[in-house]
Design a protein around this ligand. Structure first.
Ligand code: AMP
Ligand code: MG
Length: 533
């Protein structure tokens, strides 16, 4: 009798899609397979450091279950329950623009699909040991990257951004060797596992791999499965999908991907590794690696040092990369559609979805009732230039803008005052000339706001509902990691607590809403991250 006996699993992915017939857990190619059955590796001394309580409750876990040894063992790969069917998924991907062939879950092991009151949710352990897709790597994850994934998944959820979730963060008790900066200095680091949760973890690359290998039956099976289970509104009543079914599915993935990337641009999130194996077929943000948050507004910024030369995945490039990745998905679906024009018109929708979504989002961020291209486009263009002309904290800027008075008896200085705190180096960078441009911009902004007739109070409330005050600033995560590495794990829960209400000012939590301190400007982990994790 286990306290987890009440959990019910319904493992459709493994029940309906082709399994790898090769039984050994050694690196191998798995032609024709959607997945390989594999068990997580047991760990030396598992210890749960943090749980996302609201997610646990949504999944139906009781307090007794959460406190149990069985739960600890389940989320660290030490206990596979009878109803589970653990596996690693096979997929491929374009990495930094180049086709990379078979990749697959090299360190993620799906435990099973938990039946919950909101549908089936896949539980997946990241860092639970090698799989047939580990290639030459160890299948493990270290504490620093696991803290980052755990916190950011949940922060994104609370910000209202579509994302995979994180149920728990645990230490494994094992040591893991990593060369953090790939510069010939490997060191042991504490091993960790995150239990991730999503309806599924299917990626664009899951479709690209069978398509690239000419495995058309497998491609069709995976696509049918995805539509039937996750896009049921598109699945034909007679159960016989047509080429149009696949085009409709593709168009919906296009729409969702555009929508998610609009959210990233809204909150200042830089994914860092938008390879096609890291894009979810559900449009969720997935695979938190060397991601980062814009502090000073800089569209050319990427936190990923592995990408520092081409900066392919910099903030301002994310919308275009989304489209490029969708084009690869379209190519993969072509054998099921055999109509390039139909697929082309579906992806053409990306530009429209993104533009409309971005305009609505910017109208919201600026507190405008609706986007008026004629007046608002030039306002936005000048704003983005001004934000880059001096280092300006994006998050604090929009919160400050919400406080700007639109009354006509306000001096230029008083009008500007709420923005001052957003500047990193006001004494050096906020020259008279720049201040003059800001004053002119604020005049136009205030004039524009008045045309809506919205009161300043109503505008502030509306703006503060879409412009977060608290984001997962890179240095805040690093401080929590530093403490955790020293054995004090409370910083993780403290940070998560603040991120639960990112739009509401929380008394006593001022430290979490401050600009990046100067020491963090160049520190590894704060402004620079590699793929090593
Ligand atoms: P990423 O771009 O970090 O999502 O990873 C790219 C590929 O490398 C995926 O197939 C991962 O599963 C795999 N991978 C990354 N780190 C490891 C690791 N430590 N062990 C095994 N596979 C890994
Ligand atoms: Mg990945």
């Amino acid at each position: 009798m286990s306290v987890l006996d009440t959990l019910e699993f319904d493992n459709r992915f493994t029940a309906e899609l082709p399994a790898d017939p090769h039984p050994a857990n050694v690196p191998h190619q798995a032609p024709g397979a959607s997945f390989s059955r594999v068990a997580p590796t047991a760990t030396a001394a598992p210890q749960v450091l943090a749980v996302s309580n609201e997610l646990a409750a949504d999944l139906g876990f009781t307090d007794e279950q959460l406190a149990s040894e069985e739960f600890r063992d389940m989320v660290t790969g030490n206990l596979v329950l009878p109803g589970m069917d653990s596996f690693a998924m096979r997929y491929g991907g374009h990495q930094f623009g180049n086709w990379a062939g078979q990749l697959g879950d090299g360190r993620a092991i799906n435990l099973g699909e938990l039946v919950t009151s909101t549908g089936r949710q896949t539980l997946q352990l990241k860092g639970a040991g090698p799989t047939p897709y580990s290639r030459s790597a160890d299948g493990l994850a270290v504490l620093r990257s696991s803290v980052r994934e755990f916190l950011c998944s949940e922060a994104m959820y609370h910000l209202g951004v579509p994302t995979t979730r994180a149920l728990s963060l645990s230490l494994t008790g094992d040591q893991v060797m990593r060369d953090m900066l790939y510069d010939g200095h490997p060191e042991f680091e504490p091993g960790a596992v995150v239990c991730r949760v999503a309806p599924n973890f299917i990626r664009f690359g899951s479709f690209e791999l069978p398509a690239s290998m000419g495995e058309i039956d497998e491609l069709r099976a995976l696509t049918n499965f995805t539509i039937r289970e996750y896009y049921p509104e598109l699945w034909p009543a007679d159960g016989n999908p047509t080429p149009q079914t696949y085009v409709d599915f593709y168009a919906e993935v296009v729409r969702r991907t555009a929508e998610t990337i609009v959210h990233w641009q809204r909150v200042g999130f830089v994914h860092g590794v938008m390879n096609t194996d890291n894009l979810s077929i559900l449009g969720l943000t997935i695979d938190y690696g060397p991601y980062g948050w814009l502090e000073d507004y800089d569209p050319d910024w990427t936190p990923n040092t592995t990408d520092k030369h081409g900066k392919r995945y910099r903030f301002g490039n994310q919308p275009g990369i989304g489209q490029w990745n969708l084009a690869q998905l379209g190519n993969a679906l072509y054998p099921l559609v055999e109509d390039a024009d139909a697929l082309q018109s579906a992806i053409d929708g990306y530009v429209t979805h993104f533009r409309n979504g971005h305009q609505d989002m910017m109208a919201d961020k600026l507190g405008l009732a609706a986007w008026n291209t004629e007046t608002d486009e030039p306002l936005m263009v000048e704003l983005f230039e001004l934000l880059q002309a001096a280092e300006t904290d994006m998050t604090l800027f929009y919160r400050g803008l919400a406080e700007v008075s639109s009354a006509d008896d306000v001096s230029a200085d008083d009008r500007f005052a709420p923005l001052h705190n957003a500047f990193y180096l006001p004494d050096e960078q906020l020259t008279d000339e720049l201040r003059g441009r800001w004053d002119a911009w604020l005049d136009s902004y205030v004039a524009r706001v008045r045309t809506d007739g919205t009161s300043d109070d109503a505008r502030r409330i509306a703006m503060n509902a879409v412009n977060p005050l608290y984001v997962m600033r890179n240095y805040l995560a690093q401080l929590a990691i530093d403490r955790s590495t020293e054995g004090d794990h409370a910083g993780i829960t403290e940070l998560l607590d603040v991120m639960r209400n990112p739009y509401t000012r929380q008394p006593g939590k001022e430290a979490f809403a401050e600009k990046r301190p100067d020491w963090a400007r160049t520190r590894v982990g704060c402004s620079m991250l590699s793929c090593s994790s």
